[in-house]
Design a protein around this ligand. Sequence first.
Ligand SMILES: O=P(O)(O)OC[C@H]1O[C@@H](O)[C@H](O)[C@@H](O)[C@@H]1O
Length: 315
Amino acid sequence: MAASGSERVAVELCKGINGLDKVVLRDPRGSTAEVYLYGAHVTSWKNDHGEELLFVSSKAIFKPPKAIRGGIPICFPQFGSQGSLEQHGFARNRFWSIDTDPPPFPTNSKSFIDLILKPSEEDMQKWPNSYEFRLRVALGTGGDLMLTSRIRNTNADGKPFTFTFAYHTYFSVSDISEVRVECLETLDYLDNLQNKERFTEQGDALTFESEVDKIYLSTPTKIAILDHEKKRTFVLRKDGLPDAVVWNPWDKKAKTMADFGDDEYKHMLCVEAAVVEKPITLKPGEEWKGRLELSAVPSSYCSGQLDPQKVLQSS
Ligand SMILES: O=P(O)(O)OC[C@H]1O[C@@H](O)[C@H](O)[C@@H](O)[C@@H]1O
């Protein structure tokens, strides 16, 4: 039967900013997501009201070798600056391919795309390992955004390799000073602003009034980000990703970043599902899987009345 005029394509390949290839995913109820092949970078996730849920800087540079500022950069094979590679590794500024024949991977979604990254000769000079990195980006019914990474060691010489990783998600928030993050309180963290020293979080939910750059360790599989003004809660569910990085550059650092507006720190928060403290080691033939699921639900949150369990259960 021919598709009716109103029927929209669930997966569409088209051109984005600067002519870069991007894939648009559409859910029948109206949610959408956009993924650039440059970096396998999710740059947009909209709910069924067309509201953007991710932050992308108005100054983002959609041009190699700079990674796109905002959305969901993929940090691999190195998170941050600890290691011999460039900050956050190279996966976020490589051109990925569409994986037309991925190994079986069940899904309920009709709107998804499989991307793959393999090392170039130049990459092999920097990081002499052979791998296949498969990323599936899917929109679930109800508009949830799901990212699954499968990284396989394909070294022919029997060598294991070790990596760290993050989904460096930039959430769009109405006003950072009205935002709370639940489920990380009482946990240990490494503070990037204090030589990666280890501390224990003491307070209630996290709130924000200055620069923050912390790596929370052994975090629960669910984290909630409550946007009081928008009456919206983001729920982040993760698997295979024990750590969670929380980052906001605040005003001074923002001014030093060429691809970030001076006041944009007010409207974003990075909460990054990650593997940092205990890197992953894969022997040849072994595969690692890291999964992130994001949903945005209306929250009836009022200051001081939040029961995080209820928020998480209601989603
Ligand atoms: O500017 P980049 O390389 O995208 O990194 C942004 C930030 O990313 C965070 O994940 C790091 O913890 C910060 O230290 C860093 O400043």
